[in-house]
Design a protein around this ligand. Sequence first.
Ligand code: HMG
Length: 389
Amino acid sequence: MNVGIDKIGFFTPNYYVDMVDLANARNENPNKYLIGIGQTEQAVIPNTQDTVTMAANAALQVIDDSNRDKISLIILGTETGIDNSKSGAIYLQNLLGLSRHARAFEIKQACYGATAGIQMAKEFVNLHPNQQALVVGADVARYGVRTAGEVTQGGGAVAMTIAADSTILKLSKNSSVYSDDIMDFWRPLNRTEALVDGHYSNDIYQQFFVKTIHDYLQTNDMNLTDLSALVFHLPYTKMGLKGLREILPELSETDQKHFLSEFEASRVYNKRVGNLYTGSLYLSLLSLLDNSDDLHAGDQIGIFSYGSGAQGEFYTGTLQPGFKNSQRKKQINEILNQRTRLTVPEYETMFAQWPKLDAGDYHLDDLKDHSQFTFTGVNEGKRQYQTKA
Ligand code: HMG
């Protein structure tokens, strides 16, 4: 059996702010944002999209008549859920018309949630090879206008199906995990914006990466050169580069160049979206698959997941013959290229329109939002979703 990722899809809303515009508005040197942070564009999330609609819009790309009835596990990894009790996965199941005979639930551990979902789905499919799991990472990353974290905001969703005969990436049996009680990034219940100790979070990320990759290689009797590329959780793309640089000295000059070149392929999409929290690592995987010219079926990819608070996990995957998909690449580039560029004041207005936690009932006009699934407000405390024809 080749249990692993069978299909992968991505969604981000229709708006972005350009990082040079943002740098100019904040009196920063644009190269700080473009090179120092490694971002060129940042997704701006309108109030007619939330974790549920973005997850459903991404999942449309991975659910069709061939697998709809086989999905019997639906996991939503998110840290920006829409209810303190009911899981977004139940809404997702309903919007997508998935089987009622499915387990549907949500997982939270900062940006690690989708990885927890994938690992759980892998075990499930190993036990039930005729069934499939849908795992989605969806989030809105918000720190606040004029904060140090502003340049690392973003949002979107990555949806994956996990199947016994995966066409994209067979998942390794083993992982190396490491967790500790760390206050590097968190979001108290009364806040829509995260609190963060930014430089400390960078340090912990790097420490967890080094610990888990070394443990994985040692435990599985492997060398770094057994891997053809590494993908990282990318809260901003320079963060992955910082991680990679931790282990480059262990490689020859030729191998260093190779890993750096694969890293460039793995950040093409993330540079244009920013942080999607749970989805960031898997957007980077997608970016690598679509933009590397140097990968082949059978190659092993190292995968580093990090969620503040903090949980780290390193595992690997083996590329399957169907990992390249020109149609998927075309679709993702269309999603990114067709977005509307907002001015900085327009972005600030949209950011301020994000619903307050105590907003009560309200109605949102979704006429300008052409996504298939939209959020249209709250009625008698119940969230309202629309499916467009
Ligand atoms: P800052 O203090 O504004 O930036 O915060 P800085 O002064 O550290 O500069 C950033 C980089 O730009 C530096 O490079 C500068 O040298 C460089 P570095 O030393 O880091 O390699 N720089 C320039 N480069 C070229 N030309 C120039 C120039 N000027 C400066 N002219 C920080 C940056 C990322 C800390 C901030 O934005 C922040 O707090 N972000 C949020 C936290 C975050 O993303 N942490 C990442 C690790 S934690 C994580 O990944 C989990 C997370 O996703 C949440 C979750 O798990 O749910 C966040």
